[in-house]
Write a protein that binds this ligand. Structure first.
Ligand SMILES: Nc1nc2c(c(=O)[nH]1)N[C@H]1C(S)=C(S)[C@@H](COP(=O)(O)O)O[C@H]1N2
Ligand SMILES: [Mo]
Length: 217
């Protein structure tokens, strides 16, 4: 069995077992560490195990679907957009959180302003160059700290962490933050991605412990 299938099977088991669930939700305004999480100083690497080699010259992002202005940005195009430098915590569904990450890139709000999603676009399907997919409500792209990230702690994002460009959605579990970002596709339907199809939650809010499958959707 390839390694990623072992990981997928293990993580599907965790979803069935409800691993790490405390049964408690928390208010991000008063509790910095979401329920069931542990603080880490390092930055673990988690992915399907086939980290694509993409040099900035070969990277581009396509954005399409239900938008008024579909676009394709090269790495240089991305660098010409307004740059944002949020500092965010990150939270992985496997149980670790890391505080105070300094990022640089293009804010989700600036991307939305450029593509102008149509009113019927309610979700965005996100694809990575390794074949990974995930899906989010469009309004989650408007939140503070959401970024097409090119830099972390003042240096270009490493390949292991999704360089040259990854998505960052810091208010949701990190599986929504696709590495080696390739495409954003706006749609009217919620589509299950790599982990959502294996028992993980459609939205993934750490303070609500939305680790695993949501009911009624
Ligand atoms: N393209 C891609 N993005 C991905 C993944 C992946 O396998 N492929 N794994 C996700 C998961 S499950 C996690 S926890 C985070 C891990 O990011 P890190 O390796 O930078 O910590 O990336 C997410 N983004
Ligand atoms: Mo993950």
């Amino acid at each position: 069995m390839p390694n990623w299938e072992k990981l997928a099977a293990a993580k599907a088991d965790w979803a069935r077992q409800g691993r790490l669930l405390t049964g408690r939700s928390a208010d991000p305004a008063t509790e910095r560490l979401p329920p069931g999480q542990e603080l880490t100083g390092g930055w673990p690497v988690l992915d399907l195990g086939n980290q694509p080699v993409i040099v900035p010259r070969d990277w581009s992002l396509t954005v399409g679907g239900m938008v008024r202005k579909a676009l394709r940005w090269s790495y240089a195009d991305l660098g010409r957009q307004r740059q944002s430098t949020p500092v965010t915590d990150i939270h992985c569904v496997t149980g670790w959180s890391r505080y105070d990450n300094r990022w640089q890139g293009v804010a989700g709000t600036d991307l939305l302003a450029a593509v102008q999603p149509r009113a019927e676009a309610r979700f965005v399907i996100i694809k990575g160059f390794d074949g990974y997919t995930t899906c989010l409500p469009v309004e989650d792209l408007r939140r503070d700290g959401v970024l097409l990230a090119t830099h972390w702690e003042g240096a270009p994002l490493t390949r292991a962490h999704g360089g040259p460009v990854r998505l960052l959605v810091p208010h949701l579990y990190l599986w929504k933050s696709a590495k080696w970002l390739r495409q954003l596709w706006f749609t009217d339907t919620d589509v299950k991605g790599t982990w959502e199809a294996r028992g993980y939650h459609r939205r993934g809010d750490p303070w609500r412990e939305e680790r695993y499958g949501s009911s009624g959707r």
